[in-house]
Design a protein around this ligand. Structure first.
Ligand code: SF4
Length: 269
């Protein structure tokens, strides 16, 4: 299954609906509509909706970085599904700028024994406290706050401490980190999964299949604007479009002798 955000009405009307496609073997197999302006909160309700209606369950869930969240990771694990979500920092983490950014905890050493980070200046960032926050779906995450033992006189301070709106003068400030340990762990596990050959193949297919379903509907089928209003009507029209898309897809797969093909193979380099 792959997901893709909709930008169906961008450029014509303010987008009022966020349409999601689940795709499998190049067919649209599930459609959901929400009013969330971003994708991050849409994945879990989408998967729950599938579970409520389908007689089977997809075991591998592939989605782009816009869907990554701790809530999604936890849901997938508890639901017996394997995460192939692309981390939000996946692309940027490969840049030199990111890897040389000393303010990021990813570029600090971590001591799991003492639960402390060690910064570029060799000083310790110790755990202060945990705080809890709830998202709009009601999911509660735990964030651990770490603070440097002392940033006094540090020559790296300008590069390390950001946030110009802080009322405390820079010379009195100590570096703080907010870290969700669970998110950190799940992101790392997923990163290892998506960078295998199979994970790479799934991500490539997500891009082809999910981006493709929207591209065909918008460009080839020239669908630019819903004819009806209201969530129920818009969803109904989206389902009709998906059926039309699937009939076309079946036709082309029969013509091309590809009816048994689920995934496009990776090209050998
Ligand atoms: S500002 Fe603080 S945390 Fe950052 S490098 Fe200097 S001492 Fe370390």
């Amino acid at each position: 299954m792959r997901l893709k955000e909709d930008a169906m009405q961008k450029g014509q009307l303010k987008p009022a609906y966020n349409l999601q496609h689940g795709v499998d073997a190049q067919y649209i197999t599930w459609v959901d509509l929400s009013s969330h302006p971003t994708d991050v909160l849409t994945l879990v309700p989408f998967l729950k909706d599938m579970d409520d209606h389908l007689p089977f369950q997809y075991k591998e869930i592939v989605a782009d970085s816009g869907y990554e969240s701790e809530e999604a990771y936890v849901f997938l694990e508890q639901n017996g599904q394997e995460s192939y979500l692309k981390p939000q920092n996946y692309e940027i983490s490969k840049t030199r700028k990111y890897r040389q950014d000393i303010s990021r905890r990813e570029n600090m050493k971590y001591d799991p024994e003492t639960d402390e980070y060690i910064c570029t200046n060799g000083r310790k960032l110790k755990r202060l406290y945990d705080r809890h926050s709830k998202n709009r779906n009601g999911y509660v995450s735990t964030v651990t706050v770490y603070e440097c033992e002392s940033c006094q006189g540090c020559p790296y301070k300008d590069k390390c401490i950001h946030g110009n709106n802080c009322k405390t003068p820079m010379e009195e400030r100590n570096k703080r980190l907010n870290v969700s340990k669970l998110m950190k762990q799940k992101r790392q596990e997923t990163l290892e999964r998506i960078t295998t050959e199979y994970g790479t193949q799934l991500r490539m297919n997500r891009s082809i299949q999910a981006e493709g379903s929207f591209a065909v509907i918008k460009e080839d089928m020239n669908f630019r604007r819903y004819l009806y209003r209201g969530q129920e009507n818009v969803l109904a029209q989206s389902v009709l479009l998906a059926i039309a898309y699937n009939i076309n897809k079946l036709h082309f797969k029969i013509q091309g002798g590809r009816t048994g093909q689920f995934l496009t193979e990776l090209k050998a380099s």
